[in-house]
Design a protein around this ligand. Structure first.
Ligand code: ARG
Length: 556
């Protein structure tokens, strides 16, 4: 329900947008909602105190408003809590109240994850993956059809190096048994030996050329190693709870470079520059974009042009969102400008969602796979930590492995989504596990508390006395009621941390209430009222957790 609108509608005073001016009161003695009158003073040429008095006098009787008071320029509204609680808790008893039809019939493509397959997934990939997934879920919540696109980097000389390494020092059997670890070793060794042996560079280029020509010997090898690398990626994404619809990457879209050439030529956009073909963007304050190198091969931006043309044709998206590191900002500015100049009107629907850096505290997590910890190291470390915590706390649970997995996923995903998207953040594993801070386990634990209360309780009558809900309980009611605003805002700002923040606040509010209130108090009517609140809260948390990629647990 729109409480602010109900209050605003009760005011019969001039032609102002009171709905936007009403705020939640800061303390219970100031009512539940307040209207500050200061901004009206100038226009009305009256003192805020006088305006507040006049507004108070104008308030029409409403079953929702219990009393109105004025305190130094504020009109404070005390509401009929049981009636509002009844309306809100009935509205939010199941998750249908959190769905909206705003995106019905609209398609949103989100390009995220999108790692380069020649390397291990590194810590930085967490941000694109989890922010992208959260945005996908937010869009779905509002009824959009979402296409999850994992635009893998599977093109370029690095793959020539891996195959070169395999031929020189490895074997198919080794790759079959050791998987991506073997491929990574070839790559690292190749790069190292290349420093003293320039012939190796030529070898890598030759092999890559053969990949492009779909050479009968090399191409199957390429497909073989790509599949191994993809499987490894998929395993990581599965652990994080992320699943893609489309894995076509750079090499796939590179098959369509001629369409791109034709389009850009038809618009006279391709200019010669020292043998290369570029699009001159200097009059738009951008550096020129090289589209074809002098040897005719494509570049990163070229393949993105190919991809967006194909995606438009295939998905007919209403929005095409790219989630990457802020370092790629120039690439996307160039891409969008080129699409505009090429007369593709959908350039307006293309959007770059950038994020800040994500790092680990120095030396905290050691790596078995190289100098720096990579994503799999982080996941393993976190999983071990989760297992220790579970063993320490002696949880009596049926499936500790499943709980450890879900806690691990929550800890990692929340470490990304708790911070504003654009800010840099550091993953502090030990803090992330505290059960009493602003952490994912704290949230999951709060949820199990709700689940456990509901398990213990069987309703024997429908009697329900909502006047048993005190101020603390009413805080929770208000927060549930405004949760949809947080969802909308998070989507508009493309920033899931808004939902995270709201969920933490909800958990805190509930724990405060729980610590001072006996829920199962022996009185049927008042217990039923509290149970009604707990049901709506549990629904709200489960919707919210899903949006920020945290699994709910019924017990832990
Ligand atoms: N593979 C790139 C990287 O790891 C990200 C790709 C982003 N998507 C795109 N369409 N350019 O940095």
């Amino acid at each position: 329900m729109n409480i602010k609108k109900i209050i605003a509608d009760s005011i019969d005073y001039g032609d102002f947008n009171f709905e936007n001016m009403i705020i939640e009161s800061i303390s219970a003695d100031k009512g539940d909602f307040s209207l500050p009158c200061f901004s009206l003073a100038k226009e009305l040429k009256k003192s805020p105190m006088l305006i507040a008095e006049e507004i108070k006098a104008s308030v029409k009787e409403s079953e929702y408003i219990k009393k109105v008071e004025i305190v130094s320029g504020y009109v404070n509204f005390f509401l009929n809590i049981p009636l509002i609680a009844e309306t809100v808790l009935t509205e939010f008893k199941d998750n249908s109240a959190f769905k909206s039809g705003e995106g019905k019939g609209k398609v949103v493509c989100i390009d995220y994850g999108s790692p380069n397959l020649a390397k291990y997934l590194h810590i930085g990939h967490l941000k694109t993956t989890i922010i992208g997934e959260s945005l996908a879920r937010l869009f779905e919540q509002l009824g959009y059809t979402v296409k999850r696109l994992n635009y893998v980097g599977d093109y370029g000389t690095p793959f020539g190096k891996i195959i070169g390494g395999l031929k020189l020092w490895g074997s198919i059997e080794e790759v079959k048994s050791r998987g991506n670890d073997a491929l990574q070793e070839y790559y690292v060794r190749f790069n190292k030996e290349e420093e003293n042996n320039p012939e190796l560079s030529q070898m890598a280029r030759d092999i890559f050329k053969k990949i492009e020509e779909k050479d009968a010997e090399i191409y199957p090898l390429y497909e073989f190693i790509i599949n191994i690398a993809k499987e490894d990626c998929k395993r990581m994404f599965d652990l994080l709870g992320v699943h893609f619809d489309d894995w076509r990457g750079e090499s796939y879209y590179n098959n369509y470079v001629e369409d791109t050439r034709a389009l850009l030529e038809s618009k006279n956009l391709l200019v010669d520059s020292q043998g290369a073909k570029i699009v001159d963007l200097t009059s738009y304050d951008l550096t020129p974009a090289v589209i074809f190198k002098s040897d005719g091969t494509s570049l990163y931006v070229t393949r993105d042009i190919c991809a967006v043309l194909k995606r438009k044709a295939e998905y007919n998206f209403d929005k095409m969102i790219y989630v990457t590191d802020i370092a790629q900002i120039l690439n996307f500015k160039q891409l969008f400008k080129i699409m505009e100049l090429a007369g593709c009107d959908f350039y307006k629907d293309m959007e770059h969602v950038a994020y800040g850096r994500f790092s680990l505290p120095d030396g905290k997590i050691s790596s078995r796979r190289g100098k720096q910890a990579v994503l799999v190291d982080l996941i393993e470390y976190t999983l071990n930590h989760a297992n220790e915590v579970i063993a320490d706390r002696k949880f009596e649970i049926e499936n500790p492995e499943d709980v450890a997995k879900k806690v691990t996923r929550a800890v990692i995903n929340y470490s990304v989504l708790k911070t504003e998207r654009i800010k840099d953040s550091v993953f502090e594993v030990d803090k992330a596990f505290a059960f009493d801070g602003e952490t994912a386990p704290y949230m999951q634990y709060t949820y199990t508390r709700l689940a456990s209360i509901l398990r213990k309780y069987t309703e024997t009558s429908t009697e329900c006395d909502l006047s048993a809900l005190n101020e603390d309980a009413f805080q929770i009611v208000k927060m549930i009621n405004s949760f949809n605003d947080a969802i909308s805002l998070a989507l508009t700002k493309r920033d899931p941390s808004i939902v995270s923040k709201k969920l933490i606040d909800l958990c805190k509010a509930f724990n405060k209430y729980y610590n001072s209130t006996k829920i199962l108090d022996g009185n049927i009517a008042s217990t039923n009222a509290k149970i009604k609140l707990i049901r709506a809260l549990k629904t709200t948390l489960s919707v919210g957790f899903n949006l920020i990629c945290i699994d709910t647990l019924e017990e832990m």
